[in-house]
Write a protein that binds this ligand. Structure first.
Ligand code: NAD
Length: 299
């Protein structure tokens, strides 16, 4: 056994959330750290576990900091609540109003949103050169907020936002217009009318539709034409009904695994100050689909 000489040789981190026991994020971090020769402990800090029944989020973050953690990933339902416990926010975390990564350094707690960068990087790599004149985003919930900003960062000139809760679509259109003034935004309530009047060049699903427990699609298959690109952020199953339908029509497609991998890539880099190998982290992510217990938990 080698001796740990400095804390630079190690990654001590954890994931705080509920229902996280099947999350792929911890193993992606552990395997990447090990491949880079770092000693690593990455704990699943499941707030649903009986031993944490009396702990608050504040207690958990304070304990991790006192124990010398380099950082924390934060997931459902704490991405907004954690903000009040932090000293600083990155620009993206401030824009989105949610934090999924906290760096603990020099007595400070700094919040980041790597979901935003994760989707953007997945898009840049997987849909390189896509026509970004007009995208339609389905779903304006927690993930939709990050994805909307990411689409703007990927050069989407016009963003139409649809949600079964119209107030959410309107709120997000307003938020993105304020944070990313280079992108024209609008909330829409009738997808067929949108496609008839001003057909989008691409579609992104950020609703939970298509998850194993919620099969189906948030858009009528007839609206999907072969010249559109189609992205989904649902990744369990990897081949959602939307991705399968679009693929069968000949569309360029982007499955949700990319966002899941790249949010971890960026978090690893923030925790360690070292570049991560996205292909290696993706291989760890993909290995779950070959393992008998493979399934999805909260990120
Ligand atoms: P959420 O509940 O916060 O938001 C979902 C939104 O979709 C809500 O506003 C809801 O009104 C809307 N909606 C639901 N059904 C709809 C429909 N048929 N048409 C239009 N709008 C509809 O959920 P979330 O946290 O934003 O997550 C959404 C999905 O994204 C989940 O399936 C989650 O697993 C996935 N996700 C993936 C990643 C990734 O890294 N790939 C990251 C985060 C979330």
């Amino acid at each position: 056994m080698e001796t740990i000489t400095t804390s630079e040789d190690a990654l001590l981190a954890g994931l705080i959330g509920r229902g996280i026991m099947l999350s792929r994020t911890p193993l992606m971090h552990m395997r990447e750290a090990q491949a880079q020769g770092l000693f690593t402990v990455y704990e699943k800090l499941d707030m649903d576990a009986p031993e944490r029944a009396t702990l608050s989020l504040t207690d958990m973050v304070t304990a991790a900091e006192a124990a010398g953690f380099d950082g924390l990933n934060i997931t459902y339902p704490f991405k907004i609540e954690v903000i009040s416990l932090l000293d600083e926010l990155s620009e993206n975390a401030r824009a989105v109003g949610a934090v999924n990564t906290v760096v603990l350094k020099d007595g400070k707690r700094i919040g980041h949103n790597t979901d935003l960068w994760g989707f953007a990087e997945s898009f840049r790599r997987g849909l390189d050169g896509a026509d970004t004149r007009h995208a339609v985003l389905l779903g304006a919930g927690g993930a939709g907020v990050a994805v909307a900003h990411a689409l703007a960062d990927c050069g989407v000139a016009k963003l139409s936002i649809f949600d079964t809760d119209p107030a959410r679509a309107e709120g997000l259109a307003e938020l993105v217009a304020g944070n990313r003034p280079g992108t024209e935004t609008q909330a829409v309530s009738d997808l067929a009318a949108l496609f008839a009047e001003d057909r989008p060049t691409g579609i992104v699903n950020a609703t939970p539709m298509g998850m194993e427990k919620l099969p189906g699609m948030a858009i009528d298959a007839d609206l999907i034409a072969s010249d559109l690109w189609v992205a989904d952020i649902v990744y369990f199953p990897l081949e959602t009904q939307l991705i399968a339908t679009a693929r069968a029509k000949g569309c360029r497609v982007l499955p949700g695994s990319g966002m899941a991998v790249y949010q971890a890539v960026r978090a690893f880099e923030l925790f360690t100050g070292r570049p991560a190998d996205p292909n290696r982290m993706k291989a760890t992510f993909d290995a779950f689909d070959k393992a008998p217990l493979a399934t999805a938990g909260n990120m």
